[in-house]
Design a binder for this molecule. Structure first.
Ligand code: ME8
Length: 545
């Protein structure tokens, strides 16, 4: 990439994985929505970002050149109003709130490559370049908008779609009538092209069932989109007609081009731009699918670019059946959960509790119960009891090639590893985690059933058996550490430290999941010692705490 310019690039949190410029097997670009800065982040924002991070981490392990973009959406009426109500400027509000997102992402070990702000100079420049380009080619024209607007959703609404009391169909808040001169983006011109694209690209919208919503929206007939406002100030000004500010969604969607260095690409200086952009996976909440699956591809058509490869629309976290959102005042603070339970407990809960695409209730009792049973009891206990047995029976030594491992147990691990790439292609995180935890329970049962503590270490035959059990479990835990790495990177690192084993991308090793069997066999050929002092991965927590 040719875009390493400011401190919004992350160079600290990724401990291992592929690199961005090495000769991997392909390019992979993953994005989160960029979040409004009208308030600090809640668990819903953490969710989209953790999904993207897990995919980015897995793809890096698999040898892809990954670019992972996240950031903040800082313009628009909603942000301006919030700033006014706090008695500060919108830029001051953005400056303070974007930090909260960065802090949360650091706490959660989010391995983004760039944190973009729509007030960044290169973004402002990109938006103006694009606006001028489309004005020149006739896809943008000046006219007048008369209709309804929801400030909370920053969306234009048709009269027909309003609720009985004149509310926004999405958030229920009162819509307001606006009449102003406006620039429009031609949508009708590209309607047929978009329908063909959706039809011919089954991977475009995921999960599959969301496709019909998008199709029925398009089939109602696309009206040209108003993309500028004159009634407020906080936005990017239209080049040459500065009483207009560019509509916040037009501005925001373009972050996906700025983040990759579109400006340099236009100057012929960024070879990677096209390679990355062709592989883009946009992670979005279902509430903003329309913007990504309808307006965004049309903007790209107008620019002569291909629509995104895949848009993954996830469901909502609810509280007592209602969407968690600032306006309802029912949000869960991710930072306090991380303080108490650690980042991986939150990452685990978010990714395992709901199947991608569906909604789920965020229930704190359930959160604590899952933490105690899956993380403290099953995973934490497996690692600590194994470390304790190794320290007690073999002075911490994991036996080398003189001792054979139990192939039947390891086969389960290798089967999961072999299926991982396909599962990730389906974004089936809850299922992957279910398989991993089923395997963890197989290991706990294997230890219970074979009861190494009953074996007599003085008896040569029983000793061999004991060593075999310990070696099998140690190798299996190494596989578990690999499998959980994209979901729970900190825990994976801790397990590798306990086992005294290096990360997965050692020189001469491939870190693809399919190659883990070979890696494992190579690594455990030699005898080595685990570290003596092991830390508790997930201390049990009482609900009352
Ligand atoms: O829409 N459950 O920003 P936003 C799950 N700036 N996910 C949730 C959630 C919940 N309860 N609440 C929010 C915007 N999210 C625009 C996006 S992109 C070019 C511009 C997540 O701050 C979900 O991904 O309102 C949703 O799409 C995103 O946060 C919206 O964040």
């Amino acid at each position: 990439m040719t875009v390493m310019k400011n401190n919004n690039y992350n160079n600290g949190t990724v401990n291992f994985g592929g690199n961005k410029s090495g000769g991997g097997k392909g390019y992979f670009y993953v994005t989160t929505p960029i979040y409004y800065v009208n308030d600090k982040p809640h668990v819903g924002h953490a969710y989209s970002t953790v999904i993207a991070d897990s995919i980015a981490r897995f793809k890096r392990l698999s040898g892809y050149n990954v670019f992972f973009l996240t950031g903040t959406d800082e313009h628009g009426l909603k942000v301006e109003k919030e700033a006014n109500s706090r008695g500060i400027t919108p830029k001051e509000l953005a400056d303070s709130v974007h930090i909260k997102f960065k802090e949360l992402f650091a706490e959660l070990n989010i391995s983004y490559d760039r944190f973009i702000r729509t007030t960044d100079a290169d973004h402002v420049k990109t938006v103006r370049i694009v606006f001028e380009k489309l004005l020149e080619n006739g896809d943008i024209y000046l006219s007048e908008y008369e209709g309804w607007y929801c400030t909370n959703c920053e969306t234009f609404l048709t009269e027909k779609s309003l609720t009985e009391g004149g509310g926004c169909p999405q958030c229920g808040r009162q819509a307001s009538k606006v009449k102003e001169e406006s620039y429009f983006l031609k949508l009708d011109k590209y309607e047929k092209k978009l329908l063909d694209y959706i039809e011919n690209n089954p991977d475009f919208i995921k999960p599959e069932f969301r496709k019909n919503e998008v199709l029925s929206f398009i089939n109602e007939g696309l009206k040209n989109l108003s993309i500028s406002r004159t009634s407020f100030k906080w936005g990017i000004q239209v080049p040459g007609n500065e009483k207009h500010v560019i509509y916040v969604w037009f501005d925001a969607l373009l972050n996906y081009l700025t983040g990759l260095g579109y400006e340099d690409f236009l100057d012929g200086q960024n070879q990677d731009f096209y390679r990355f952009f062709k592989s883009v996976n946009h992670i979005v909440g279902k509430d903003i699918l329309k913007f990504h699956a309808v307006y965004w591809p049309i903007m790209l058509f107008a620019l002569g670019l291909e629509p995104p490869k895949t848009i993954i629309a996830h469901g909502w976290w609810l509280m007592d059946g209602k969407k968690m959102s600032k306006s309802l005042g029912n949000v869960v603070d991710p930072v306090s959960l991380i303080k108490k339970f650690g980042p991986d407990a939150l990452r685990f809960y978010l990714l395992s509790e709901i199947t991608l695409g569906l909604d789920g209730d965020f229930n704190i009792d359930n959160f604590v119960a899952r933490y105690n049973s899956a993380l403290a009891n099953d995973l934490g206990n497996l690692v600590s009891r194994t470390a304790a047995m190794l320290n007690k029976y073999t002075a911490g030594k994991i036996p080398g090639c003189g001792v054979l491992e139990d192939v039947a147990v390891l086969k389960t691990a290798y089967d999961i590893l072999n299926g991982l790439s396909g599962r990730y292609d389906d974004y089936d995180f809850a299922k992957i985690l279910e398989d991993i935890f089923r395997f963890i329970n197989i290991l706990n049962k294997y230890i219970n059933d074979s009861a190494p503590w009953k074996l007599n270490i003085e008896d040569p035959e029983e000793k061999i058996n004991l060593l075999k059990i310990l070696k099998t479990v140690a190798m299996s835990i190494y596989c578990v550490s690999y499998m959980i790495y994209p979901f729970m990177p900190e825990t994976s690192n801790k397990i590798n430290n306990i086992l005294n084993i290096k990360p997965f991308n050692l020189p001469g090793f491939s870190a693809r999941p399919e190659d883990m069997k070979d890696n494992c066999e190579k690594l455990f050929k030699d005898e080595f010692c685990i570290i003596e002092k092991t830390e508790m991965l997930f201390p049990r927590i009482k609900l009352e705490e």
